[in-house]
Structures are given as C-alpha cells and as structure tokens.
Design a protein around this ligand. Structure first.
Ligand SMILES: [Zn+2]
Length: 169
C-alpha cells in the first residue's frame, strides 16, 4: 500500500521527523495512521493491497470512509469483501470506500452504493450558497443500507459539499 507516510514508519509505529511533521500540521490524522497501519498489516493476506494508494480516512459516528487512489476501489472491495469486513471488525464501523479526485457524480455513486442515483441537481439558496440534491432509488418501506446523516457529513468533510438527500421508488 502506498500513502504519504513512509512504510517503514507505518510498520514500526515509530514516526520519523517527516511523518511527525505531517501529523502535526494536520495533513495526516491519527485516524489515517491507524487505518493505514491496519491495511498494511493485511497486505500479506491480500496482495492487491500493495497497489492501493491510501489518501485518508474520515469518520462520522459509526461510518468510516476510506479514500483511495484512481481505480483502487475495486481492489479494496475485492476478495469477496473480506478486506472491508476486516476493517469494519477492527474499527467497529460501517465502511465506505471512495475514490480520490473523481467528479461529483462518481463520488456520490460510491458514497451511496449500492443504491442507484436517479437525479443530482444543484439548489441555489437565497444566501448565494448551494446545496446538492440527490434523489436515490429505494424500495418503498425499506431502510437505506447506510446512515444517511453520517454520509452527508462525510460529503461535507471530504468535498465541502452540502447534500440534500431524498428517496424515490
Ligand atoms: Zn516516516
């Protein structure tokens, strides 16, 4: 796995000056460090993790979003979901995998998977700010398979995007 931190530091758990500086400046968080170390420890069991670029992790309530490089989402979701299960077991969180640097639509598709997005549009508010309205397809009476409130907060943290989420069937 590749990250902004040295793999030596991740493996040993003792950070060099450069990695410490990243932690101090907030470029990297304690959570990033914890998740990166855990994923690294799984590399031997799941070799495709070696090719993944890990950007960062964001946690809201019981949901953990892991942001990885271009094309890395399927690598992390592979092995029949075993990596995600292990990560969920380790952290006690429900895990979402998101791709770094994608457009809004792709970001929202990954965020709300496995539900299908019917519509995305921008709402202009009187104060000049915008909200992104997302309409998801969901069977009537069924519960969404994720915590909508947490995902909205993750979108705000990761993309600075204010979401209004609606459901239709
Ligand atoms: Zn280092």
């Amino acid at each position: 796995m590749k990250t902004t931190l040295c793999s030596f530091c991740l493996k040993s758990g003792i950070l060099c000056q450069k990695c410490l500086a990243k932690l101090k400046s907030g470029e990297t968080s304690e959570l990033d460090l914890k998740i990166a170390r855990f994923l690294l420890s799984l590399e031997e069991k799941y070799p495709s993790l070696q090719n993944i670029y890990f950007y960062k992790a964001v946690e809201v309530d019981n949901t953990l979003a892991v942001i990885v490089g271009h094309g890395d989402v399927p690598r992390l979701l592979g092995y029949g979901g075993k990596i995600i299960k292990a990560l969920g077991g380790e952290t006690g969180r429900s895990v979402r995998v998101l791709e770094y640097g994608v457009d809004d639509r792709k970001f929202l598709e990954d965020l709300f998977a496995p539900l299908t997005i019917m519509t995305i549009n921008t709402i202009w508010l009187p104060d000049g700010t915008t909200e992104t309205r997302v309409i998801l397809r969901k069977r009537r009476g069924s519960l969404p398979p994720f915590d909508v409130k947490a995902l909205k907060e993750i979108a705000r943290k990761v993309r600075n995007m204010v979401l209004r989420v609606e459901f239709a069937d």
